[in-house]
Design a protein around this ligand. Sequence first.
Ligand code: NAD
Ligand code: ZN
Length: 374
Amino acid sequence: MNGRAARTEVSVRTSTGVGYPVLVGAGILDELPALLTRLCPAHRYALIADERVFALHGERVLSLVPGGTKSVSAHTFPSGEEHKSRAEWSRLTDGLLERGVGRDGCVLALGGGVTGDLAGFVAASYMRGIPVVQIPTSIVAMVDSSVGGKTGVDVPAGKNLVGAFHPPRFVLADTELASTLPREERAQGLAEAVKHGAILDSEYFAGIRARVGRLLDGDPADTAWMVARSVEIKAGVVSEDEKEAGLREVLNFGHTLGHAIEAASDFRIRHGSAVAIGMVLEARLGEALGVTRSGVGEELEVALGVVELPTRTPGPLDADRILELMAVDKKARAGEARFVLIERIGSVMRKGDGWSHHVDRQAVREVLQGTGAR
Ligand SMILES: NC(=O)c1ccc[n+]([C@@H]2O[C@H](COP(=O)([O-])OP(=O)(O)OC[C@H]3O[C@@H](n4cnc5c(N)ncnc54)[C@H](O)[C@@H]3O)[C@@H](O)[C@H]2O)c1
Ligand SMILES: [Zn+2]
């Protein structure tokens, strides 16, 4: 595919057999009225957005809803991960009840991953479930969170622990909406795109590097090229395995250590940054185990540096703490962390009939020693 693809449509299959399309392009938001009429006709629409995104793009989306202002209500919440909460879920569901959204309503989730997860969970639970349409505005949401059907909120015991699978009716990713996104937020999303290349597509990995300046600047056409390829990769994986019994595991590359690093920093290190550090460390772990070709960790470190992501923690990591956090992660099995290991850029190493490896604690400990900025 060349860098100027105007519009890409990817279809995602779900376990119930009902698929949904993901539309990607620069300037395709104008298709919203026709898409809603065709794929999500509703008596009332409820637009959910955080205050920041609503101020930038809310009025335009409201103006595109079929039936005009009388058939849509706007519901906002303060921007930030701390608002992906049960408290906001309650407030939003009460808001929908107040505005008379019924079983024949539809939620429009306009925003980053926080909005997609929170509004998706509102839709999943409201009147036992009403449809949701995802209109992602951040790179994280476009390349990752809007595809796959996972929704939910954070609780004191951990992130994303209360939620539901609730696939959208469709996803409309207009990369022009991301032109208002701050550069650091774009880099956060690029971490997941680099991951997609690292696990399944070396050409894509190289393509991101070649376009990195324009991607960080938010060029809508190059961003559309990237989002389209990431969505194809993620859709391919989740269509095979929606609920993470098998192939979906490959998407966890960099995340076993990444999640622990995020938690150990009390979430001061952001997810994309933690995953960048995690990918480098997991590649080095694979090298130490003789699974990953030598030099791959270095290759990842250079590529992620170009993407303006950190590849080392600010200080040395406390290996005991990281091992402890990995054991309690919700993806650990019987208290044992599992690792997705790549063989080389673009290829994951299978393990038996699965995709993740059990790794001896001592091997992990050795890789963690010597971490921290030099
Ligand atoms: N469901 C899934 O499969 C999945 C996958 C990955 C991540 N997630 C979740 O996604 C969340 C992270 O997503 P995120 O990084 O998009 O966070 P976010 O939604 O908080 O957005 C980041 C910041 O960018 C702002 N923003 C978003 N779009 C903008 C735009 N176009 N212009 C200007 N500002 C804009 C937001 O207001 C916010 O301040 C986490 O909660 C994570 O758990 C879910
Ligand atoms: Zn991630």
